[in-house]
Ligand binder design. Structure first.
Ligand code: 4GY
Length: 254
């Protein structure tokens, strides 16, 4: 996959691109990332990419011309034009399903804004307006890094992908079960006996149940959409109502 990034802060990217699985995917030529400085498409000697908002108001707005010209040129560099993504809190919220869809693309063009936002006309360049969550950041660079990170680990051939992808689809839409490593007892806290038993069928059943209960407790919204058997659904409902009861009971008296 090829990813192009358009930003006025290209220096923010090397640490994320060089480390860990993203670095490995690039070393193995499974991922090719090009970071471009939007100021290279500015029209004046100060390399200006922002301007005052029409109608007044605080802050500055990203000028449309450098964005249009940069996207046009970057798109023309390869035969596949690629999906253009603008980062904004007003966009579709990223989740694992959308990440898997993006990981199947040959090419992505990630556009990072700054200041108070984009000239509305520039947004017509976007195939997708994307949000990484319901909060406001200072720019689209961290969201772009999130997209690079989330797709890198889904590209087939990136270390560990095959194995963990199987596990993820198995637990489809549930939180991960609790994990333990040595030592078997730490500060009085014991590793659950089942994990030391060597009984793989029992371990698999325990992990599945833990995933369901944990998800019901912490993310009841995810349990509603998860694929569960009738028995599992009952266990989840039991856990959800148990938590609700505790919440309604309020803090314990003295
Ligand atoms: N949340 N998800 C987000 C964001 C900052 C002004 C446009 C988000 O994706 N982007 O908060 N972005 C703004 C800052 C220009 C981007």
């Amino acid at each position: 996959m090829r990813i192009d990034v358009l930003t006025i802060f290209p220096e923010m990217f090397p640490a994320v691109l060089d480390a860990s699985m993203v670095g490995l995917a690039r070393e193995r030529d499974l991922l090719d990332v090009h970071v471009h400085n939007l100021r290279d498409w500015a029209h004046d000697r100060h390399r200006t990419t922002d301007d005052y908002p029409y109608g007044g108001g605080p802050g500055m707005v990203m000028k449309p011309e450098p964005l249009f010209e940069a996207v046009d040129q970057i798109r023309s560099e390869t035969p596949v034009s690629g999906r253009v993504i603008f980062f904004t809190p007003a966009g579709r919220v990223l989740d694992q399903d959308l990440a898997e869809e993006l990981a199947r693309e040959d090419r992505l063009i990630l556009v990072c804004g700054r200041y108070e936002g984009f000239d509305e006309r520039a947004l017509s360049l976007a195939d997708l307006e994307l949000s990484v969550g319901d909060y406001v950041l200072t720019g689209g660079e961290v969201p772009a890094m999130i997209v690079i990170d989330v797709v890198a680990r889904l590209i087939p051939g990136v270390l560990g992908h095959e194995l963990s992808a199987v596990d993820e689809s198995f637990t489809s839409g549930l939180l991960e079960y609790p994990q333990y490593t040595r030592p078997p007892v730490y500060r009085g806290m014991e590793v659950p006996e089942v994990l030391l038993s060597g009984d793989h069928a029992r371990i698999a059943r325990w992990r599945r149940e833990q995933s369901i209960r944990k998800t019901a407790r912490l993310r009841p919204d995810l349990v509603e959409r998860a694929e569960l058997t009738d028995d599992e659904r009952r266990a989840a409902d039991q856990e959800t109502s148990r938590c609700r009861d505790h919440a309604e009971e309020g803090p314990p008296d003295e």
